[in-house]
Design a protein around this ligand. Sequence first.
Ligand SMILES: *[C@@H]1O[C@H](CO)[C@@H](O)[C@H](O)[C@H]1NC(C)=O
Ligand SMILES: *[C@@H]1O[C@H](CO)[C@@H](O)[C@H](O)[C@H]1NC(C)=O
Ligand SMILES: *[C@@H]1O[C@H](CO)[C@@H](O)[C@H](O)[C@H]1NC(C)=O
Ligand SMILES: *[C@@H]1O[C@H](CO)[C@@H](O)[C@H](O)[C@H]1NC(C)=O
Ligand SMILES: *[C@@H]1O[C@H](CO)[C@@H](O)[C@H](O)[C@H]1NC(C)=O
Ligand SMILES: *[C@@H]1O[C@H](CO)[C@@H](O)[C@H](O)[C@H]1NC(C)=O
Ligand SMILES: *[C@@H]1O[C@H](CO)[C@@H](O)[C@H](O)[C@H]1NC(C)=O
Ligand SMILES: *[C@@H]1O[C@H](CO)[C@@H](O)[C@H](O)[C@H]1NC(C)=O
Ligand SMILES: *[C@@H]1O[C@H](CO)[C@@H](O)[C@H](O)[C@H]1NC(C)=O
Length: 570
Amino acid sequence: MWTSLRFLLTAALLIAFVNANPTLPAPLNATGACGVNCAEHGTCNPETRICDCPLLLNGPDCSIRVQDPVAVCAQFSHLPHTCEATNRTLCLNRCHEQGWCEGGFCHCKPGFYGADCALSVGPDGLPKLLAGQGYRERKRGVKVYVYELPPVTNSWVYIRRIDRPLVPILMQRFLSSGVRTVNGDEADYYFIPFVQRSRSHTHKNLAATIAYIRKHWPWWDRHGGGHKHLLVATNDLGRRALVSEVLALTENVTFLTHWGLHRNHTVTGWHESHRPGKDIVMPPVINPDEPIVYSPLHSGLKKEKPRVGQLFFAGRICGDGEAPVNGSCGSSRHDYSAGTRQRVAKHHWNRTGFNISTHTTAYTHGLQTHKFCLAPTGGGYGKRSVLALIMGCVPVTVTDHVYQPFQPEINWSDFSVHVPEADIPRMHDILAAINFTDYIYLQAGARCAAQHLYYSTTFGEVMGEDGRFDAFETLMEILRMRKQYPGVPPERYMKADSRFADFVTCDQRINGVKVPLCTQNRLVRGREWKHCRELYPGVPMRYMDMFYSWPGGAVCGANRRVATCPRSWA
Ligand SMILES: *[C@@H]1O[C@H](CO)[C@@H](O)[C@H](O)[C@H]1NC(C)=O
Ligand SMILES: *[C@@H]1O[C@H](CO)[C@@H](O)[C@H](O)[C@H]1NC(C)=O
Ligand SMILES: *[C@@H]1O[C@H](CO)[C@@H](O)[C@H](O)[C@H]1NC(C)=O
Ligand SMILES: *[C@@H]1O[C@H](CO)[C@@H](O)[C@H](O)[C@H]1NC(C)=O
Ligand SMILES: *[C@@H]1O[C@H](CO)[C@@H](O)[C@H](O)[C@H]1NC(C)=O
Ligand SMILES: *[C@@H]1O[C@H](CO)[C@@H](O)[C@H](O)[C@H]1NC(C)=O
Ligand SMILES: *[C@@H]1O[C@H](CO)[C@@H](O)[C@H](O)[C@H]1NC(C)=O
Ligand SMILES: *[C@@H]1O[C@H](CO)[C@@H](O)[C@H](O)[C@H]1NC(C)=O
Ligand SMILES: *[C@@H]1O[C@H](CO)[C@@H](O)[C@H](O)[C@H]1NC(C)=O
């Protein structure tokens, strides 16, 4: 590996020359030689020979303080008192107790490096993960190499201000699940931990990050220009939020997004974004908070409330946010939600059994007591289809050409109803035609699907699930299918591989014994269910640093040694 690295450095210089490098932000533009005093304030990455610094320091040994700390803190969404705070909860995996937390940056003890100090160099001169803790890679499934990028790309941003924290979730679970490998030559995929959705991270940073990767590691070029590389884009409009040069640069990359529009949408002019079979639609990140902490699906609950209403929706309807009058919006902005919310209101606002409003104080109750829940898009991706499923309410999707999370790999017809935009006026007939037997079938499907759409191994359970089918594991299964069946279209995965089919249908025979997860469900009581807040006292459950600071995620329990985190099903 080191030989190829040296070879690459030479090659990379040439590429950088040809590429007329984008303007690299200072940390990405650092030259490879850690200053002698790097360890005092920063972390020397022995692979790149670059000294990674906390947010307010820079220079080859992190000894130069930035001139305008207030502005720099704000640029990374920090508050004045969090920018240099030493609270462990602000750092990924609490730096594995191998370093100090400084506002989100892990300042590692000498000998350790990486975003969470998980790495060190072994006696053989090769990088090791969690040395001395007994880290073993998973036996089956895929292997993912995670680039250790400068902190400007991820850990400088204030964790509580990342509202769609898919990058931190994946970084944490790649390691604690045993999927992560440090041997890039053997990896099946390469993860670029680049946080895009924050004011301070521009398109330029992404181009610069790719240039940086090509400069320091061989795999981007070795795999034909970014193939097998995974990049998260959580923007409302997914990949399409990127400028065209960056789109071209990342044409071969697999995007993990929340936005599944796979054809041009004629009403809105939304441009197709998702490439089925190449990109993967990921479930939105839903906090363990209302409504899902009152999920009636929990296996520890005796009975569900009866679902007496037919269809429920509460949320913005008109583009201007006003409530419709007798079903009509006055707004001039008709393209909001592709016009679907407005049209549902227009045709069904006063229909018996339909409960459509802009606001209710009983949102959770509505999801618990209706058979169907409307799941339209908003300004882009929406969370409603997933919220509905976790609440046991069968989602009704209405926006054309938008794939839902893990669609088409998972067949959404098994647990949801899609009403094409043209059929909105007769939605009531479509729903009425679903008889009791069919509804029970959809509901049973929803119970399993909900597990695939929630990050239980990260946040703890809400349905009594043990996490073996959670959103992270589902992504791993899909990546395994990609690797094993490169030519098979994603909607055929179920037919192509019986293991995948068993996984998708939550067959409990899949691998191993139950790993108990702490619960976030506030309806369950009793000794059998350990609440997450008891396991992690003092960590506020509402905030993102809650999961960020649990080494490895909820699945590891209060265990601080991520290498020994339970993973009986893998
Ligand atoms: C890197 O930074 C130096 C100054 O520190 C600057 O002269 C150079 O142009 C920068 N290079 C790139 C590629 O941005
Ligand atoms: C850090 O910990 C202190 C003391 O527990 C607390 O007052 C403060 O709010 C914490 N800061 C953050 C950013 O969580
Ligand atoms: C994408 O991959 C193809 C080969 O599959 C390659 O020719 C092309 O240059 C790659 N694109 C980029 C931007 O590297
Ligand atoms: C989608 O729209 C864009 C421009 O808005 C156009 O360039 C592209 O060809 C369209 N794609 C299809 C498949 O029609
Ligand atoms: C709404 O409909 C009712 C009954 O048809 C009617 O009396 C009322 O005037 C309508 N309101 C508006 C603002 O059109
Ligand atoms: C709404 O429907 C009810 C009957 O379901 C009817 O009595 C009422 O007049 C309707 N309201 C309006 C404003 O049309
Ligand atoms: C709509 O649903 C909410 C939540 O269940 C409920 O509080 C409200 O009474 C319902 N409205 C109607 C008109 O049924
Ligand atoms: C998806 O499920 C529906 C209903 O369960 C079924 O009719 C359809 O054939 C399935 N689609 C695929 C591609 O398997
Ligand atoms: C329910 O509807 C399906 C068609 O969607 C039909 O095949 C089935 O026989 C119906 N079941 C009953 C009990 O009516």
